[in-house]
Design a protein around this ligand. Structure first.
Ligand SMILES: Nc1ncnc2c1ncn2[C@@H]1O[C@H](COP(=O)(O)OP(=O)(O)OP(=O)(O)O)[C@@H](O)[C@H]1O
Ligand SMILES: Nc1ncnc2c1ncn2[C@@H]1O[C@H](COP(=O)(O)OP(=O)(O)OP(=O)(O)O)[C@@H](O)[C@H]1O
Ligand SMILES: [Mg+2]
Ligand SMILES: [Mg+2]
Lengths: 255, 255
């Protein structure tokens, strides 16, 4: 039975997509059957794994028109790595979904026929707490929060935790916080260390031990449409996501 | 007659708020009467200028309940610098606004009684192309696009330009692109230089000459609730935003 993980943070630019794509690829390298679902109209996870943002079946069809999710899933370059692409059409999904009954549960229903085929299903969310993110939270078993060690990102965490609590009370009683991942961490920068300390004080063992360093190779890889593992496996960024994948399976996989 | 500037980019974390707050303060330091409007439910521009995200009148009242904008404007630390705060309530605004007639024009109508009191009105937008951003685009004379010199941010620009074109055709015929500001630029990083070259090739003179360097003092200042000018005026970040303000008045102020 696959574990569904929503990768969420309404703060923009904190490494949600970079985590979805690279944690996904690293889990697949550990021979876990992994599906990344791109639920962001920007479709960055889609282009970051080499797929176009137009012209192929996408999650828009699944969410808004009720298509079978199997009709959109693509092979993403490793034997057990797959992607369900986004498209520009999703820009209007928030408004279009708001008029449909059971609008928060569309993704959960769509995943019922696919969950058993994967060990991990990672959902990349847009930087907002709108209906697309709420769909991900309603479908998920756990929430993972990438967090840049900076002030504005720190500020937003309490609003995110409130939203998770609200979804747990009204839409998905099983939902829990799987962990916080510190991203773009630069140990030479005081601010990074100070914010990291504050996060660890507050969230304690819910913070993943693996910290993702700032590493330019992670920012270069998407322009080649490849996860870091396939672009530069020896880079610090790649090593960090492989280490994170190992910690991830230890913490989240209930045998 | 004040110039209304929407600071927009649906890509997250590219420096929209940092630009709104610091360009705003620098314009005020040049003795321009400046209002920053925080239209992002994250309320980062609000806390970045030292105001709380709850408990004070906010743009939620203005947009959703039709309050007079003068009832929310606060003094922001320099003689001609003011802020119209956001609040957490704005999270629901996209859905609440969608049920109101004339939903795209709420901000434009609200600003009619205040435009003449300012030389520049800067609107900080959330990382999305939803109703809050469309309200800003409908109220604005020009759009300014902060852009991080990285691949995912570069990819999103064409979607943004399409949205601006659509708003110009249906809601705001005067709207034009005022310029693109390169942010978090690191001249030592190849990727930064490559993306900057691509942006200049495509947008030519619409790219501001002033480039904002990556400077950790810009990321530290918000934790003190101060624009960089008031936190560390000698920093490279502060100098860059003062230079940008000078270029801004040259390019946008029609005398
Ligand atoms: N550890 C890292 N080191 C260096 N660059 C990184 C790292 N992680 C992400 N980046 C880069 O930082 C930018 C922001 O990351 P990313 O797009 O993954 O964040 P996001 O949270 O998905 O953004 P959005 O809120 O727009 O969806 C991207 O250009 C990405 O390539
Ligand atoms: N030139 C810079 N140098 C260093 N850090 C910067 C710079 N500009 C912004 N930052 C930091 O980078 C992060 C992202 O910037 P900011 O929050 O302004 O972007 P944004 O586009 O407003 O994000 P969002 O999409 O969430 O609204 C913040 O932590 C900010 O302090
Ligand atoms: Mg993303
Ligand atoms: Mg912002």
């Amino acid at each position: 039975m696959g574990i569904v993980v929503a990768i969420v943070n309404q703060k923009g630019g904190v490494g949600k997509t970079t985590t979805a794509v690279n944690l996904g690829a690293a889990l697949a390298a550990l021979e876990k059957r992994t599906l990344v679902i791109d639920l962001d109209p920007q479709a960055n996870a889609t282009s970051g794994t080499g797929f176009p943002k137009r012209g192929i079946p996408s999650m828009y069809g699944v969410l808004v028109e009720g298509h079978d999710i199997h009709t959109v899933v693509q092979d993403a370059g490793l034997p057990t790595f797959r992607l369900a692409p986004s498209s520009i059409d999703l820009v209007g999904a928030d408004l279009e979904l708001s008029e449909i009954d059971g609008r928060e549960g569309r993704l959960r229903v769509a995943l019922e026929i696919a969950r058993d085929e994967y060990d991990f299903i990672l959902i990349d969310c847009p930087p907002s707490l709108g209906l697309l993110t709420v769909n991900a939270l309603t479908a998920a078993d756990v929430v993972v929060v990438p967090l840049q060690a900076e002030y504005y990102a720190l500020e937003g965490v309490s609003q995110l935790v409130d939203t998770v609590d609200r979804v747990r009370e009204t839409l998905n009683p099983e939902l829990e916080i799987g962990g916080i991942i510190l991203t773009m961490f630069d140990e030479r920068v005081n601010l990074s260390r100070q914010v990291a300390d504050e996060i660890r004080n507050f969230f304690a063992e819910r913070v993943f031990e693996t910290v993702i360093p700032r590493n330019v190779r992670l920012a270069e890889a998407p322009s080649f449409g490849k996860p870091i593992l396939m672009y530069d496996v020896k880079s610090r960024g790649s090593e960090a996501y492989i280490q994170l994948a190992q910690e991830f399976t230890r913490r989240l996989e209930v045998v």
